[in-house]
Design a protein around this ligand. Sequence first.
Ligand code: M6R
Length: 612
Amino acid sequence: MCGIVAYIGKKEAYPILIKGLHRLEYRGYDSAGIALINGKLNVYKCKGKVADLENFAKDKDKSGTLGMGHTRWATHGAPNDANAHPHVSQDGKITIIHNGIIENYHPLKEGLKSRGHVFTSDTDTEVLAHLIEDIQKNENCDLAEAVRIALNEVIGAYAIVVISQEEPNQLIGAKKGSPMVVGVGDDEFFIASDATPIVEHTKNVVYLEDEEIAIIRRGEELKIKTIKNKNKTPYVQELEMQLEALEKGGYEHFMLKEIYEQPRSIKDTMRGRLDEEKLKAGLGGLRNYQQRMLNADRFIIVACGTSWHAGLVGEYLIEDLARIPVEVEYASEFRYRNPIITEKDVVIAISQSGETADTLAAIELAKSKGALIIGICNVVGSTIPRTTHAGSYTHAGPEIGVASTKAFTSQVTVLTMMAISLGYNKGTITEARYRQLVNELEAIPSKVEMALKANDQIKYIASLFKDARNFLYLGRGYNFPVALEGALKLKEISYIHAEGYPAAEMKHGPIALIDEEMPVVFIATKKGAYEKVVSNIQEVKARKGKIIAIVTEGDTTVKSMADFVIEIPDTEEELVPLLSAIPLQLLSYHIAVMRGCNVDQPRNLAKAVTVE
Ligand code: M6R
């Protein structure tokens, strides 16, 4: 979704801001803009990509050591030049960039209109620029105070940066509901919506809390106060993020890089948490809550998209190994359907970004009912881990491709460790089984490496099916969520319609779709309901569907029936999703590339969905 970067210091701001905007492109956006102050305020913005903005600003005055940039993902108003950020006040002296939604923008706008304000865009953000100007004039105060007063009138979520031509040595940032991080350098400061534009300049950062305002003045220390005017002491933390993680590192796309990173990212997820000898498969962050988890009546997993699919795998794992009932909920449905939640429930919120608005709202709801809330998140310092009672980071490293790949396998790895540990401590699995699973989990990174070796074959299969109009993905048991994930991956980056189903459900409807034009991807690994899946394959074959099957290496039964088979190494049934997801990621990647799609930034999608 929208991205923010801002700079104040001794260097020219423009190159820093443009580079920062490129770093933020992964979030998904449809217009971009920049504001610079050097004596006067210059604002350049346009629909399209950051490259379009660079082109637009090519021959213009781009000087100034104070400035800010924005990538906008449209909410209020179409993606066009007028609605792009920054927005300016009526007198053209104050300018603002904003992530989030001002819910009461309409009455605020009507009030301002009645006082003579004229608006040039359809956005809620422009209203805030005018409101700040209005307050500054009426209260005769400085910019920081006007921002503070304005934010007390605002309902909704925001991360904003405000600068004024009249106060050219000052950068103001504030947030509520949307993340904001301040980078502290030598005689320079940065503000951004996440750390990606900051990491190459400084590793010292301060994460703002809700309703905090950062007031940054040249030659002064960073000041933080709340919108209720209470001073706060900035807590400076060191960023763990490495710059290389934000580069493509020789790969054509971030998605491909991230698919190939999985042997390492899964290892990073397990690092220090797994030890067969010491009977350890524990997650440090959960140690103090283990008893409450073991005594829980029920686990409720809330998440969206790919994280929801990981949650489904978690349901199979936790019910299988720890015999605790699990429900998996779309966060967006859960939050609006008056769910029954008690203090004996444990809610597990899964989110790569840690910022998904619906997941956050589901957490707040469950928290208000007294449930224990556990987070499984990837982005360190994001909002969800700071909202939950306890949790585990996945440590997959930054995921830049909009299509989630390594985050999924890391989420499943955390859930696997959690289930194994709960099962052992609850006595629902034996010590021998525990050791077997821990051993096998340790072997998964090298098995993922082996699964990646099918890349060329998968590329060939992709070339044969790239023009298909529909795909069906079928799996059973642990491979059912993988089927859903395979279908989501394909549709989001290639724009081919794809459906995932439990294989046995096929005959209750989707079988009507099958003809010689329909590719059907079966995840037909050994164990589980393998024989049943083989029967489902026969049913598709009888109707001339084209069968692409993911099988356990050495399988001959499915090979004799399928048009194409892709082998993955054998493993314990509980761990299969960590391997069977890999070829499906590669299949959708290659199909999307061959169709000329923008793999890393698919149309209409955002990396972190911070609006409901
Ligand atoms: O950051 P989150 O894990 O909370 O995001 C949830 C979904 O928006 C996300 O998984 C989305 O479905 C991805 N584009 C899938 O690849």
